[in-house]
Ligand binder design. Structure first.
Ligand code: BGC
Length: 731
């Protein structure tokens, strides 16, 4: 095998020599990217190629949810990519210097990192962002994240996570946009635009990575890394749409998932990666495996040994191997044994190099050392994160309009989240720092200057220690209203953070009941990374604010909702069930055979507690009559649907109109309703705004079959907003 290396290296060397004196094409910025890629590829030895499609860690992983503390291996500067765990630009540039100056061809390394909801300016978790129903807000946040990341030496972010998830036990539901494919697609596109912009060479932009391709959200029983049973129809209906939209929006890379898709693991799945992504969607960037996902093909029963795992993954379309070194250790031999055609390796290298050229890494391999205060936590960035958090708050209950708390004199601020900073950041907190987070305590003190705020922790997030309950009762008794701040710790959601029920721990529920027994009205504020089971808690509350994990603005947007400076406008992007036993529960289910008559649970309702799209406001909106511009339309026709919404209250507010369709009879059965468009707009008191959906029938009313072919059958389509429905006949 070594011989093979020597021969290719010799030829490569000859090529270099032939060109000495002239500018090498791959080094010539004026040459086309494709010419540069081909030129460089033609000079590479097999060993260089194999390193090019491998990734290791630079620095130690500090993510407690995945591989915390995993020691980095000694790095060969020929490596194609590193996960850049450090924040130190010097560390990055030093290693880059080795790659540029100490390797034969000087190919720059691409530095990747998990920037899931901010690099340093941490904004709300993605699940919360989708509840804002404002993709432009996510675009603004991801643009900030891109700027901070690139200027800290990260060229490539492992985001957005765009897995549709319908099981709130799965901790990773926090990282995506919830249960609906259309919603996930809109937010996926926004994130790609924000991260990448239209010039990847900019020092404020990064390459994005759509993950985890594909179907990871279908993990059985909400557990992580397990099997997923996905029919081709569901793959196309539910799991692929966000990927298709984001690939078409120009995403440069994807990450192959951990899950086994009905017998073929996602990281060895030629159908999803080669056929769908490359052949059908013409994706020309690269796919990186998830962490160790190639070697894990052995655990999954897809490969007998590491060599087979490498072969299966690469030939199925995984271009780059993340961290397990399986490509490095096995590929030479696979080629020597004639099991792997070097052309397959070439194609993977080509894709990796293409993205590196697009990022301008050959021209600008080093990160300029800009002062921290000029690149992180800029005032405008913090403002963007706070505005975003304001939009994500979902008011679930507001009995007798107890909120906003106006003129209230004594507030009892109780709960384990009140003085907490870390847990408000949420999972995947990038390089976020606890001290950047405004506590709920500080924010309430600032936002309620005329009120007397009395505090008790009450209890911890879990455990059995109720010694603080008396203090909580004392504080409640001395208050006019209790603001009770409960929720989940940062690491209770995210990767490897599944739960068998989505109840909050017993001690928190007991604290609520104990405090409520004082008779004081309880405003429950929740910070968590997944939908929760609230049916047992709700009767003890006067109001419930779902504030998610808001990131560094922390308590400020919460306090501003509580005092009324912000009128809450978030709506759920994932269903809240009455009980965990209802999971999976999501709005876009298909119809049962005995509709509305049988097939219920014997012990609980089949209805959700808070449905998809649910969220209250401090004002009320009156919807006019839903109208469509024609009763009949051609399959390739256009249509306009509109509905007026009047703000009936005294406060300005932002309302989101969700436009659904239903196809009552189709050769492939369709969900009861499917979201096809949404729009959020501010409406002043007394103002009427007309919301319009310009319908392109072929696109907006059609479906895909199990092969991904789009089709639309003649017949009825129902257009719906709220409980209004208008029938349109497609001819
Ligand atoms: C996660 C990915 C992440 C990668 C790198 C994996 O364990 O599943 O989402 O991007 O680690 O940190």
């Amino acid at each position: 095998m070594k011989k093979l290396f020597l021969i290719t290296a010799f030829i490569g060397g000859l090529l270099c020599a032939c060109n000495s004196g002239d500018k090498l094409v791959y080094k010539d910025a004026s040459a086309s990217i494709e010419d540069r890629v081909e030129d460089l590829l033609s000079r590479m030895t097999l060993e260089e190629k194999i390193y090019q499609i491998s990734q290791q860690c630079l620095g130690e992983n500090d993510n407690i949810n995945n591989n915390e503390g995993m020691n980095p291996v000694p790095l060969n500067p020929m490596i194609g990519s590193v996960i850049f765990m450090s924040e130190d630009i010097k560390v990055r540039n030093e290693f880059q210097k080795k790659a540029i100056e100490e390797t034969r061809l000087g190919i720059p390394v691409i530095y990747g990192y998990d920037v899931i909801h901010g690099y340093r300016t941490i904004y709300p978790i993605p699940l919360a962002m989708a509840c804002s129903w404002d993709p432009s807000m996510l675009e603004a946040c991801t643009a900030v994240a891109a700027q901070e990341a690139r200027q800290a030496g990260v060229d490539w972010v492992f985001a957005p996570m765009i897995d549709v998830a319908r099981d709130a036990r799965w901790g990773r539901i926090a990282e995506g946009s919830g249960e609906d494919p259309y919603t996930a697609a809109q937010f996926a596109v926004a994130a790609v635009k924000g991260f990448q912009g239209d010039n990847l060479t900019s020092d404020k932009k990064v390459a994005s990575c759509l993950k985890h391709f594909v179907g990871y959200g279908a993990s059985e029983a909400g557990r992580d890394y397990v099997y997923s049973e996905i029919s081709d129809q569901s793959l196309w209906d539910t799991y692929l749409p966000p990927y298709e939209a984001a690939v078409k929006a120009g995403a440069q890379t994807l990450m192959s998932a951990f899950n086994d898709i009905s017998g073929v693991p996602a990281s060895a799945n030629s159908y999803t990666m080669n056929t769908i992504l490359r052949d059908m969607w013409k994706f020309d960037g690269f796919i990186v495996s998830d962490w160790g996902a190639v070697e894990q093909l052995i655990n999954q029963g897809n490969a007998a040994n590491p060599a087979e795992a490498a072969l299966n993954a690469l030939t199925a379309g995984v271009d780059m191997d993340m961290t397990d070194g399986v490509y490095i250790k096995n590929m030479e031999q696979l080629v020597a044994d004639g099991k792997l055609d070097v052309k397959v390796i070439d194609e993977a290298v080509r894709r990796v190099l293409r993205v590196k050229f697009r990022l301008g890494l050959f021209e600008n391999p080093y990160t300029p050392d800009v002062q921290e205060n000029e690149r992180i936590l800029l005032a405008s960035s913090k403002e963007t994160a706070e505005k975003a958090a304001e939009e994500t708050m979902v008011l679930l209950k507001n009995n007798n309009s107890i909120l906003p708390l106006e003129g209230v004199k004594r507030i009892g601020l109780i709960g384990p989240m009140v003085k907490n900073q870390h847990d408000l950041l949420g999972s995947w907190l990038g390089h976020g720092h606890d001290e950047d987070v405004t506590t709920i305590m500080d924010a309430m003190t600032a936002e309620f200057p005329d009120a007397f705020i009395n505090y008790a922790q009450g209890c911890d997030f879990d455990g059995e220690d109720k010694s603080g309950f008396n203090d909580a009762v004392r504080v409640a008794n001395a208050s006019d209203v209790v603001v009770l701040c409960l929720g989940e710790k940062q690491a209770w959601s995210g990767e490897n953070a599944s739960r068998s029920t989505i109840l909050l721990p017993q001690i928190q529920r007991d604290l609520l009941e104990t405090v409520a027994k004082t008779g004081k009205p309880v405003v429950l504020v929740l910070n968590n990374g997944r939908p929760l089971e609230l049916s047992g808690m709700e009767p003890h509350t006067a109001a419930i604010l779902e504030a998610w994990q808001p990131g560094i603005s922390g308590g400020t947007p919460i306090a501003k909702v509580l005092n009324g400076k912000v009128n809450p406008s978030g709506k759920l992007c994932a269903t809240f069930p009455y009980t965990s036993g209802q999971i999976p529960i999501y709005y876009n289910r298909r119809n049962p055979a005995r509709k509305g008559t049988q097939g219920f649970y014997q012990d609980v309702t089949v209805e959700p507690m808070y449905p998809f799209g649910y969220g209250l406001s401090y004002t009320t909106y009156k919807y006019g009559t839903l109208k469509v511009s024609a009763e009949k339309v051609a399959v390739d026709g256009k249509l306009k649907a509109e509905i007026s919404v009047t703000n009936m209250g005294k406060r300005a507010g932002k309302e989101t109109v969700h436009w659904y369709i239903t196809d009552p009879a189709c050769s492939i059965t369709r969900p009861m309703k499917e979201l096809r468009y949404f729009e959020k707009a501010e409406i002043q008191p007394g103002e009427t705004k007309v919301f319009t959906w310009d319908i392109d029938v072929a696109k907006d009313f059609s479906y895909v079959d199990a092969e991904g072919t789009r089709f639309l059958e003649a017949g009825d389509i129902l257009v719906r907003v709220g409980d209004q429905t208008v029938k349109v006949v497609v001819e």
